[in-house]
Write a protein that binds this ligand. Structure first.
Ligand code: SF4
Length: 208
C-alpha cells in the first residue's frame, strides 16, 4: 500500500481556502517544535496555541517549557497568536502509562500519550468553535506522522472538528525549527517529556 504524503495533504487543504483564513487550535508540546509549524500555518490560519502536556512529568521542566512557549509567542508574534494552557496534573499521565513503563519511545505508551493529548485538543477545539485542530508533534523526526494523523482523523470523525493533516518535518521543517530556536535562544530539551524518556536518554548517554 502506498504511503500517504501528509505534507501534500496539508498543501491541498490550505490551497482550497482560496486566501480565506480559518481558525486553528494548534496543540504544542514545546516552543522549539512550535517555531517552524507556526511559520507554516500562520499564513493560512488564525492560530491559538494549546499547551496541554501532562506527559512532562516533572513540574520544573513543565513550567520551563511553558514559559519558553509564552516568551516565543510574545517575541515572534506579539499577541497575534494566542495561548491556552490546558490543565496540568502529571498523575493523569502516570495513570495512563501504567503497565507501559518499559515501552521504548515510539511504542504503545507513546500512542496512548498522543491519543490523550489530541483528544483534549479536539474537545477544546469543539467547545471553542475552531474550524480545525492540529499538533506540532510531527515536526520531530522521532514522531510517526502516519500514527499521529490516524489519531487526528479518528478524533475528527468523533468530534466533527476538522483535523489538519500534516507532516511538519517535511521540507526541512525540523531543520527550520532548530534555526528559529537558535535565533530566539529557546531552551531545547534533550528528551521527549516523561520520566521514562528522560531515563532512556540518560542511559543512552551513559552507554556512549
Ligand atoms: S516518550 Fe514522549 S510521547 Fe512517549 S510517552 Fe513519553 S512523553 Fe509521551
Amino acid at each position: 500500500m502506498n504511503k500517504v504524503n501528509y505534507d501534500n495533504l496539508f498543501k491541498e487543504t490550505v490551497k482550497g481556502f482560496n486566501g480565506e483564513k480559518k481558525t486553528l487550535l494548534l496543540h504544542s508540546c514545546c516552543a522549539p517544535c512550535s517555531t517552524a509549524v507556526l511559520e507554516k500555518v500562520t499564513p493560512y490560519f488564525d492560530v491559538t496555541v494549546f499547551f496541554f502536556n501532562p506527559n512532562i512529568t516533572e513540574s520544573e521542566e513543565y513550567y520551563l517549557r511553558l514559559s519558553e512557549q509564552k516568551r516565543f509567542l510574545k517575541e515572534a508574534y506579539d499577541g497575534s497568536v494566542k495561548l491556552i494552557e490546558g490543565r496540568y496534573f502529571s498523575r493523569e499521565f502516570f495513570y495512563m502509562a501504567e503497565g507501559y513503563e518499559k515501552e521504548p519511545e515510539g511504542g504503545a505508551r507513546c500512542k496512548l500519550c498522543f491519543e490523550s493529548r489530541l483528544a483534549e485538543t479536539a474537545k477544546v477545539a469543539k467547545e471553542g468553535g475552531y474550524g480545525y485542530f492540529a499538533t506540532t508533534l510531527t515536526v520531530s523526526p522521532h514522531k510517526n506522522a502516519e500514527l499521529i494523523n490516524g489519531i487526528g482523523e479518528k478524533l475528527s470523525q468523533e468530534t466533527d472538528v476538522r483535523w489538519l493533516y500534516a507532516d511538519f518535518k517535511k521540507e526541512e521543517g525540523y531543520k527550520r525549527s532548530i534555526e528559529i530556536s537558535k535565533q530566539y535562544e529557546l531552551y531545547r530539551q534533550r528528551y521527549c517529556g516523561c520520566l521514562y524518556s528522560k531515563y532512556a536518554h540518560i542511559k543512552t548517554e551513559d552507554e556512549n
